[in-house]
Design a protein around this ligand. Structure first.
Ligand SMILES: NC(=O)c1ccc[n+]([C@@H]2O[C@H](COP(=O)([O-])OP(=O)(O)OC[C@H]3O[C@@H](n4cnc5c(N)ncnc54)[C@H](OP(=O)(O)O)[C@@H]3O)[C@@H](O)[C@H]2O)c1
Length: 318
């Protein structure tokens, strides 16, 4: 099969398309013919070696959607021909930017017939992250108010829909060109994160009970100022090391809590994926596919995921 691989850590130039042996599903695993993979910032951290994967050479890619073409021993959940989507790959096992990939059933769920592979792959990692943050870590309630930083991002644009579907009032921040689309996706208030008066703008609407923050070092003090008393902050960024409560006495006076979320620390994501699939089948949630690439374009997608601005997700179709 054809796969994208890297034999050493480094920039996008280490990514090559090669013929490699098709994997065989082990116990509890299925073989998937990849219809689509998606690109996430974390793929670039693995490639650079800042989150070291298991061994080299390595196939990047966390998300997948496709068709089951083989089942390993003990698999009862899926059969050949089933459409599935999943995430959490490409970390301690080979990734999804390939024509075929094997995956444990705990990382998969059935993909609804009405959802195409590109949308399924685009939804998986960011959907699980948004769900774990808003629903599980922060317990967002239907009559609450939610602030989502970076609403046009992969996580952000799915989180906006999830919070709106949960019945919350949604405030989000994004570049001006995305405001109309984010209102269509369910945001009640959208503010440009570059506004000098951003705090005053956010304070002009109901104070958030839940905040999804992808840049805690930059926004913890801001969050503490705008938050409702007792608010929960869900922190997903990979550069949250410097932000601490001791920096922000207001966190204590407002009884705020910060919940750090890491999707890759969750061994079984199938239940959350199944809930996301239900929402997708009900047209209550979708990922926006911003750009599509073939395997030869994965290096360009790795560059774009960090450098370019777009609303939604970058998808790879082998
Ligand atoms: N913990 C986890 O499990 C987990 C899971 C997924 C992602 N993450 C992390 O969460 C972060 C976001 O991931 P993603 O996939 O959503 O990335 P993404 O698709 O690249 O989105 C990033 C968003 O941030 C916006 N942004 C840029 N500068 C900003 C600023 N100063 N203030 C507010 N927003 C700003 C961008 O808007 P413009 O394009 O308009 O500038 C863009 O919409 C990354 O650091 C990623 O590694 C963590």
């Amino acid at each position: 099969m054809q796969a994208v691989r890297y034999h050493e850590h480094g920039g996008t130039d280490v990514l090559t398309v090669e013929a490699v042996e098709q994997p065989t599903p082990g116990e509890g695993e299925v073989l998937i013919e990849v219809g689509a993979a998606a690109v996430n910032p974390v793929d670039t951290y693995f490639r650079e070696g800042s989150y070291p994967p298991g061994s080299l050479p390595w196939i990047p890619g966390s998300d997948v959607a496709g068709i089951v073409t083989g089942v390993g021993e003990g698999v009862t959940e899926f059969s050949e021909g089933d459409r599935v989507f999943g995430t959490g790959l490409g970390n301690n096992r080979q990734g999804t930017c390939a024509e075929y990939v094997t995956a444990p059933t705990a990382m998969l769920a059935p993909l609804p017939d009405s959802v195409d592979a590109a949308t399924g792959a685009a939804t998986a990692l960011v959907g699980v992250t948004a769900w774990q943050t808003l629903v599980e870590a922060c317990g967002l309630g239907p009559a609450e108010t939610c602030l989502i930083h970076g609403g046009s991002g992969g996580v952000g644009h799915v989180a906006v829909q999830l919070a709106a579907t949960a019945g919350a009032s949604v405030t989000t921040t994004a570049s001006a060109e995305y405001h109309d689309r984010l209102e269509e996706l369910g945001a009640d208030h959208v503010f440009d994160y570059r506004r000098a008066d951003l705090q005053a703008a956010v304070e002009g609407v109901d104070p958030p009970d839940v905040i999804l923050d992808h840049r805690l070092d930059e926004y913890l003090a801001f969050d503490a100022e705008v938050a409702a008393h007792g608010a929960r902050i869900g922190a997903i960024g990979n550069e949250d090391s410097a932000a601490t409560f001791s920096d922000v006495p207001r966190c204590r006076s407002k009884a705020l809590s910060v919940h750090h979320v890491s999707m890759f620390n969750t061994p079984d994501v199938s239940a959350v994926l199944t809930d996301l699939a239900t929402l997708m089948a009900d047209d209550a949630l979708t990922a926006v596919v911003a750009r599509r690439y073939d395997l030869d374009g994965v290096a360009d997608a790795h560059r774009a995921v960090l450098a370019d601005s777009y609303l939604g997700k970058l998808v790879v179709e082998p």
